[in-house]
Design a protein around this ligand. Sequence first.
Ligand code: GCB
Length: 599
Amino acid sequence: MEKGLLYPVTNAYREDQKLDGLWDFKFDPASEGEQNGWAKGLADPIEMPVPASFNDFFTDKDAREYTGDFWYLKKVFIPQHFAGKKVELRFGAATHRAVVYVNGQKIRSHEGGFLPFTADVTAAVNLGEENIIAVKINNELHRDALPAGDTVTLKNGKRMVKPFFDFYNYSGLNRSVHLLAIPQGNIYDYSTSYEVSDDQATVHYQVAADSDADIKVSLADEDGVVVAAATGQKGELVVKNPTLWQVRDAYLYTIRIQLVKNDKVLDEYADKIGLRTIEIKGHQILVNHKPIYLKGFGRHEDSIYAGRAFDLNVERRDVNLLKWIGANSFRSSHYPYDEQVYKLADREGILITDEVPAVGFKMAAASFLGGLDQSFFDGDWIDELYKKHIDQVKDMIKRDKNHPSVLAWSLCNEPDTSTESAVPYFTKLFNDSADLDPQKRPRTFTLNEDDTFETSKCLKFPDFYLLNRYPGWYHKWGYEISDGEAGLRAELDEWQNSDIDKPIVFSEYGADTEPGLHKLPSIMWSEEYQIELLEMFNRVFDDYDFIRGEQPWNLADFQTVEGNMRVNGNKKGIFTRDRQPKAAAFYLRKRWNSLPLDY
Ligand code: GCB
């Protein structure tokens, strides 16, 4: 678990330099780089953009599919004026495990390809000089790691990954690298929780700092007017007549935290927060005590050329598409996204179900590879996997807890919860994560098609249910879709007749659709069939009032592993991979713009 994961800022006390651009890059198939001194320099490197996944830049398949160790290296001038400060390197994401070296000295390692980590390099850097920063990354998949999969060696000696999920194993420094200089005694974490009524909001705050200085906290509105102030490591900020953060109508206050000693400010951290509450009551999801209905998508960080790299341009376009189509939410399937995604959602009033990269926890999900007949949670990898899983849940919540856009935590995608062996795992996961979020946001996981009201042994855990269901596509497809609808209704009738009274959100459903393929009457893969499938699901949703959201799969087409179920990727996008609408986008836009927020 990381000590603090505050997003880097530059102010009078802190300096943040992005180290994006071209880095030296080299594959290390024999894992010999460390003993051969690669941490100090790479012989015959190629140049690789950061942030980016390396895969799609290559024109040869061995390089694109490369699995194993690989190195990034950059010479960075570290200024003299960093003297007296703590110097850190912050990696937004290194997929999936990394070792950081400075001037040949090993500094730290990290596992988990979708969350940031910070290396304290104060003692290793030479100020006023160029320093050599090297990172050894490994992109193998294993059953005891997140996301889960296997790594195999082919008869020709080449390695390849066999993911237990369908998204392509894009690898590299997928998010920005930051060089930071911060005060030695610094603010390293803070958290807030809220109580709101029409005429007052109370912000309960808590600050974590490596210092015995006094802590001062203030809150300013969007005009910069300070509306509340308090002192102490823990306290309350009371705002009279607040403007609340509302869904698709965001208002952001600035919280400013200062460390002060003898009237001198030693450190300052400011951030944007939104005043709002989230609760689950019966089968309703409430924001600011009012029911809301989720409209949106599952998504991926995925685009052409740079793979899973965070690209602010793509994100701007995606958020504009979400607004255009009338969406108010998305799930960060199947991993926490770059922090800038959450900042944009905060600004636009979009709700996020934030998902940890716990995906592939089901041997049958390896069906993309032919399926493996064993319960995932019976495996001997479970203890090791759990350590990594809870560690990443902790880091995700630590990183994202202050974003008003975060609605809920998804602790797993489609785990195999239909065997008893899943129960102790989820008991522990839900117990160990219970107190991590001061706002006590709802926690959940998605239930795959096989994990139904009847078969799942873990229905007691989620605060609300996320159902991934594919009638009309993976079963009861084409002309049989009416039987698919009947099956879906039969399952929902069971939920309705049970004593469970919790919201259900449909977090995945959809049909692969080749853009431009038209057929009257429809056939599968045509744009017409995609609309028919959405219409079928919507008919069903409209008949059950405990369904509190619809998030079809996926916002956009995305790259997957090669296979006989995919034609150059997963085509269930409502938009193409280059973010243009399929016919279904116009259908959904009409529906979603006509549904009230509390539908
Ligand atoms: C699922 C997975 C998602 C896949 C999707 C599909 O259940 O959660 O990652 O992409 O199905 O299209 O097969």
